[in-house]
Design a protein around this ligand. Structure first.
Ligand code: NI
Length: 390
């Protein structure tokens, strides 16, 4: 098959996409997926870096044009590769063969478009300055897979990183892109309220944790309205409340879990502090004790302005249309690649959305990518990376 021929490349990538869709694997179990990516890249003569990753891999295309200023130029593209524990409900001829697992987040497209972009750049490496690393990342759905990649030294020479996501709210040929915050910091909390259990008819013999939990929930919901700047997106959801076993016993313990989403770094810090103060203050007022467990996950993703403008220009030059990218209080662990704490230094990045045909949302059992997007997505990413490294 001649991959320099556009029609043949499209057919090849479509077949690979269907293979990945048929063989979804969950976070950190992407062994077959990784083996297939490795085989396809190696078959196209693309170098794979020898990192000791259990799943996922990093490939590199080395440009052969001399860099005018002699400086090392390296950029990266992140493609996530894992699937979800969902029973697929499509009648596609290439539907999942692993029952209970499904590429319902479009990561099969991410893999295929990434491979396509690597093949296109490899063919043009004589006209390319610098290096482009292609990161095929495991465990994005777990929100921490990026940290596995960051345990290697892959980012040590990377100046900028690009990421993208399938977007079923837009047609094929539409790129969603914007400067600034696009995904939120994802934090999780658990609260244990310790009271003293007693008879349901004699609450004066104990300390009932249930009214304490209720007051805490009310209190937590005021943090956004009273403490966070009204122009800053933020939210809190208490998603689990558990206490008691029967109707006539006051339990000793009430437990809650939930999530906090913020965009600005200072709001994240403020939220954690106010949450702890609110929980502890209310528990004390009721004579109970409370414990807060706060678990940080991925930080917010902030798109670099210059990169966002470049992504937009390239989309227009490819005959695509751009729309302002929808901001989301969902998260993506792509942000870890840009953070000083996890990547070693702050690295500018840009996370954009590629329209995959309007249909069911991501994570829906009938989610479906229009295959007509595969070649345009690969060409678009190749063009963005080429322009960014010039
Ligand atoms: Ni996803």
């Amino acid at each position: 098959m001649d991959l320099q021929n556009e029609k043949q490349l499209e057919q090849y990538l479509t077949e690979q996409f269907e293979w990945f869709h048929r063989h979804p694997e969950l976070s950190y179990e992407e062994a077959g997926t990784t083996a297939r990516i490795r085989e396809l890249l190696a078959g196209a003569g693309i170098e794979i870096l020898p990192y000791p990753l259990a799943t996922g891999l990093v490939a590199v295309v080395r440009g052969q044009k001399s860099v005018p200023d002699g400086q090392d130029r390296t950029i990266a593209l992140r493609c996530d590769i894992d699937a979800l524990p969902i029973v697929e409900e499509t009648d596609l001829p290439y539907a999942s063969e692993n029952r209970g697992k499904m590429h319902a987040c479009g990561h099969d497209l991410h893999i295929t478009a990434g491979i396509g972009a690597a093949i296109l750049l490899q063919a043009r490496r004589e006209q390319l300055c610098g290096k482009v690393k292609f990161i095929f990342q495991p465990g994005e759905e777990d929100a921490r897979g990026a940290l596995k990649i960051l345990e290697t030294d892959v980012m040590h020479d990377v100046a900028r990183i690009w990421g993208f996501h399938a977007d079923p709210t837009n047609a094929v040929g539409v790129i969603g892109i914007r400067e600034g915050y696009v995904t939120a910091a994802v934090d999780r909390f658990a609260i244990r309220v310790q009271g003293i259990g007693c008879h349901g008819a004699h609450p004066d013999d104990g300390i009932d944790p249930i009214p304490v939990a209720a007051a805490i929930i009310q209190g937590l919901h005021t943090i956004i309205g009273r403490n966070i700047n009204a122009f800053h997106p933020a939210l809190l959801s208490v998603t689990k409340v558990q206490a008691g076993t029967t109707w006539n016993v006051i339990p000793a313990l009430a437990e809650m879990e939930g999530t906090v989403r913020t965009m600005q770094r200072e709001d994240r810090v403020l939220y954690e502090r106010r949450l702890r103060e609110t929980v502890e203050g209310i528990a004390t007022a009721y004579g109970a004790k409370a414990e807060v467990i706060w678990i940080d996950s991925a930080p917010a993703t902030y798109n670099d302005g210059r990169m966002a403008r470049l992504g937009e220009e390239i989309a227009l030059s490819q005959g695509m249309r751009t729309v302002p990218e929808e901001q989301s209080l969902g998260g993506d662990d792509f942000s870890y690649y840009m953070e000083e704490e996890t990547a070693g230094r702050q690295i500018p990045g840009c996370y954009l959305k590629i329209g995959t045909g309007v249909g069911h949302p991501i994570h829906h059992p009938a989610f479906c990518v229009d295959r007509n997007v595969i070649l345009p997505a690969a060409k678009y990413l190749a063009a963005v990376l080429t322009a960014d490294i010039e």
